[in-house]
Design a protein around this ligand. Structure first.
Ligand SMILES: C[S@@+](CC[C@H](N)C(=O)[O-])C[C@H]1O[C@@H](n2cnc3c(N)ncnc32)[C@H](O)[C@@H]1O
Length: 207
C-alpha cells in the first residue's frame, strides 16, 4: 500500500462505513455472529481495526491476524494491546499461513478478508490458502475491491495495485467453489466496485 492508500483505509469515514454498514451486512450474509469459542484468522489485518470488529461484532474468541507490512502490524499491536491473549499478530504472507502461525489444514472456524486479496498478484493462491485452513462448515467473510474499481482513473492515479489478472465480482465468486467454498450470500455496491459476501467450506463427507 502506498501512503495515500494507507491514509484512505485508516480514514474515520471508512471506519464508520465498515462498522455501521459493512459489518451488519456481512453478519447477515454470514448468518449472524460466530458460535462461542470460535477461532478465526484475518488476512491483511492492516492496523487491526478489522480485528477488533471480528472480536466485538462477529464474536470470535480468538483471532490470528497477519499482514505483510510490519509497520501495520506494529500499529495493530498497539490498537489491540487491551486484548491480551485474544489476538496473535504476525508479519507474514496471506498465501502461507503455515509460516505465519503454523496453521494446519482445518485450523480455523472462520476467515476474514477486509480488502486485501485484490493486493495479491496470485490472488487465487490466497483463496486456496483460506480454503485449506478452514474447517468443514467454517465461514469465509470477504469484503473486496474488484477490477471494476481498480480500473477507475482515480484508483489508478492514487493507489498502487497489481494490474494483471484482477477479478470482477463474478470471477471472484466463481473461484470460490473451485476450492470447496460454497457462497452463502454476496452483493456488490457502487456499480460492481466492491464485493461483500460469505461462503462456507463444504464438508467432503457430506458432498
Ligand atoms: C487495503 S489494506 C486493508 C487493511 C485492513 N484489512 C483494513 O481493512 O483496514 C490491504 C492490506 O493488505 C496487506 N497485504 C498485501 N498483500 C499481502 C499479503 N500477501 N499477505 C498479507 N498481507 C498483505 C497490506 O500490507 C495492507 O495492510
Amino acid at each position: 500500500m502506498n501512503r495515500i492508500e494507507k491514509a484512505a483505509v485508516n480514514n474515520p469515514a471508512r471506519r464508520a462505513l465498515q462498522r455501521f454498514y459493512e459489518v451488519p451486512a456481512l453478519l447477515r450474509l454470514a448468518g449472524g455472529p460466530l458460535p462461542p469459542g470460535v477461532r478465526a484468522v484475518e488476512i491483511g489485518c492492516g492496523s487491526g481495526y478489522g480485528t477488533k470488529l471480528i472480536l466485538d461484532h462477529f464474536r470470535a474468541a480468538q483471532v490470528d491476524a497477519v499482514d505483510l507490512d510490519e509497520t501495520m502490524v506494529a500499529k495493530a499491536r498497539r490498537r489491540l494491546a487491551d486484548r491480551p491473549g485474544l489476538v496473535r499478530l504476525a508479519v507474514g504472507d496471506a498465501t502461507d499461513l503455515k509460516s505465519a502461525f503454523g496453521a494446519k489444514d482445518g485450523a480455523y472456524d472462520a476467515a476474514f478478508d477486509f480488502a486485501i486479496i485484490h493486493h495479491i498478484p496470485d490472488w487465487r493462491s490466497a483463496v486456496a490458502e483460506i480454503a485449506r485452513v478452514l474447517k468443514p462448515g467454517g465461514v469465509f467473510v470477504f469484503d473486496e475491491v474488484t477490477a471494476h474499481a481498480l480500473a477507475r482513473p482515480s484508483y489508478r492515479m492514487l493507489f498502487e495495485h497489481p494490474e494483471h489478472d484482477r477479478f470482477t465480482a463474478q470471477k471472484f465468486l466463481a473461484e470460490l467453489p473451485r476450492h470447496g467454498l460454497a457462497v452463502t450470500g454476496a452483493f456488490t455496491r457502487i456499480s460492481g466496485d466492491y464485493l461483500l459476501g460469505a461462503a462456507r467450506k463444504q464438508d467432503p463427507d457430506r458432498g
